[in-house]
Design a protein around this ligand. Structure first.
Ligand SMILES: [Zn+2]
Length: 352
C-alpha cells in the first residue's frame, strides 16, 4: 500500500470523505479477494478522500503500481458478472475463470449501445476502422467489433483472460494480446480506442491517458466508460453506492474532474453519453432495492440460524457452506443499486 498525491493536480492535501471497513462490505471483498496477493492488506479501514485543491475523489492509501500489476495480471481475476465463476458455487469445478464457454455465438444486441455511441461519432462505416479495446478481458467486445467489420484488437493484463479469449473466440495473437498500454510503439495508431470500466481501476488515469496519446493520430476518438459521482444514484446513496469500493475503484470522477483529467493529458472532451442504464427505469431501481434487502435478510437468517442451513443443505448439492455464503452475498446484496444512470461514456479526441 502507498500514499499518493492527487493524480489530477498533484496536491497532497485532502479530506477524508469515506472510511470503509472492507470486511463489512462483503460483496466487494469477496468479489475481489481471490486475486489479492496478501489478503491482510484488504481488511480493515480503507479511505476514500477528496482533493482539497481540485476536488478529485480517490482511494488513499491504495495498492502500489507493482501490487496493482500483480492483482490485474492474476490468473484468478474476478470482475464483472459473478455468474461467470462457477467455482464459487460448485466445489467440483476447478478454480478457474470459465466464462464464454457457451457464448461463442455472436449476439449483436449485447454491446449494441456501445456501438451506437461509437457510430454516433464515427459515422456508420466500420470497415477499415482500427479499434483498440484497452483492458479487453477475454475479448468479447473485440470479437463483436470484428463481426461488425472493425479492424479490432484488444489488450489486457490478465494472461488467463487472454488465453480464454483466444480459445473461445479463436482470436490470434495479433488480435488479442497480454500487454501494457505503454508497450505499443508509436507506429501502432488507432482510430478508435475504447476503455470500458478501466479508468477507475488504474493507479494513474493521467499516465494511462498519456501512454495512449502516442498511439493516437489527430482524429482518433477515445471512449471512456466509467461511473460518475454526478450520477443520480451516487447523490442518493453516497457511501452505499455500488461503485464506492476502495480496493477496486481508485478514482471517482465527476464530469468536471474527467474533463480536467482529459485536458491535463492532452485530450479534449467532445461529449458525454449515458450507458445502457437509460433503458432502466424507477421500477427497476425499486425492485433492485427490495430484492437486495430481502437477500440481506435471508443471508442474516441463514448465517445465524442453524436450522435454516440444515433445511437448505439438500438443495446445496456439492456446494459447501462457505460457497453458499459467497453465493448469497453476491446474489443481490442490499447495497447493490447500480446500473441506474451512474455510468457515462466520456468521448474525447487529442488536443490539436
Ligand atoms: Zn487535486
Amino acid at each position: 500500500m502507498e500514499e499518493v498525491p492527487c493524480d489530477l493536480c498533484d496536491s497532497d492535501q485532502s479530506t477524508i470523505t469515506y472510511r470503509i471497513n472492507v470486511v463489512e462490505s462483503n460483496m466487494r471483498y469477496y468479489r475481489y479477494a481471490r486475486n489479492v496477493p496478501d489478503r491482510e492488506q484488504m481488511t480493515g479501514e480503507q479511505r476514500i478522500v477528496t482533493c482539497s485543491n481540485c476536488g478529485l475523489i480517490y482511494t488513499n492509501p491504495r495498492f502500489s503500481p507493482g501490487e496493482l500489476q500483480k492483482v490485474y495480471s492474476s490468473d484468478r481475476i474476478i470482475g464483472g458478472n459473478w455468474k461467470n465463476f462457477p467455482y464459487l458455487f460448485d466445489s467440483s469445478q476447478p478454480d478457474v475463470f470459465q466464462s464464454g464457454q457457451k457464448s461463442t455465438s455472436y449476439n449483436p444486441g449485447l454491446y449494441q449501445w456501445k456501438f451506437d455511441i461509437i457510430q454516433h461519432y464515427t459515422g456508420k462505416k466500420t470497415k477499415g476502422i482500427r479499434l483498440l479495446d484497452l483492458g479487453c478481458g477475454d475479448g468479447k467486445f473485440v470479437h463483436d467489433a470484428l463481426q461488425r467489420g472493425y479492424d479490432a484488437r484488444g489488450i489486457d493484463l490478465s494472461p488467463d483472460r487472454i488465453r480464454k479469449g483466444r480459445e473461445v473466440f479463436g482470436l490470434d495473437e495479433e488480435r488479442l494480446r497480454c500487454m501494457n498500454a505503454d508497450d505499443f510503439s508509436s507506429e501502432d495508431q488507432f482510430d478508435v480506442i475504447v476503455m470500458w470500466d478501466i479508468i477507475e481501476h488504474v493507479g494513474s488515469p493521467a499516465s494511462i491517458l498519456q501512454s495512449i496519446k502516442k498511439i493516437c493520430h489527430p482524429r482518433t476518438l477515445v471512449f471512456i466508460l466509467t461511473m460518475s459521482v454526478d450520477s443520480i444514484t451516487y447523490k442518493l446513496f453516497g457511501k452505499n453506492w455500488n461503485y464506492v469500493n476502495p480496493t477496486q475503484h481508485l478514482t471517482y470522477f465527476s464530469h468536471r474532474t474527467m474533463r480536467e483529467m482529459l485536458q491535463k493529458s492532452g485530450f479534449q472532451l467532445m461529449g458525454v453519453e449515458m450507458d445502457d442504464s437509460r433503458r432502466k427505469n424507477v421500477i427497476h431501481l425499486v425492485a433492485r432495492i427490495l430484492l437486495g434487502q430481502a437477500n440481506r435478510f435471508f443471508f442474516y437468517v441463514y448465517t445465524r440460524k442453524n436450522f435454516l442451513r440444515k433445511l437448505f443443505r439438500p438443495f446445496q448439492g456439492e456446494i459447501t457452506d462457505e460457497r453458499m455464503h459467497i453465493r448469497l452475498e453476491n446474489l443481490y446484496p442490499g447495497s447493490y443499486i447500480g446500473r441506474y444512470h451512474d455510468n457515462f461514456v466520456f468521448v474525447s479526441k487529442p488536443e490539436k
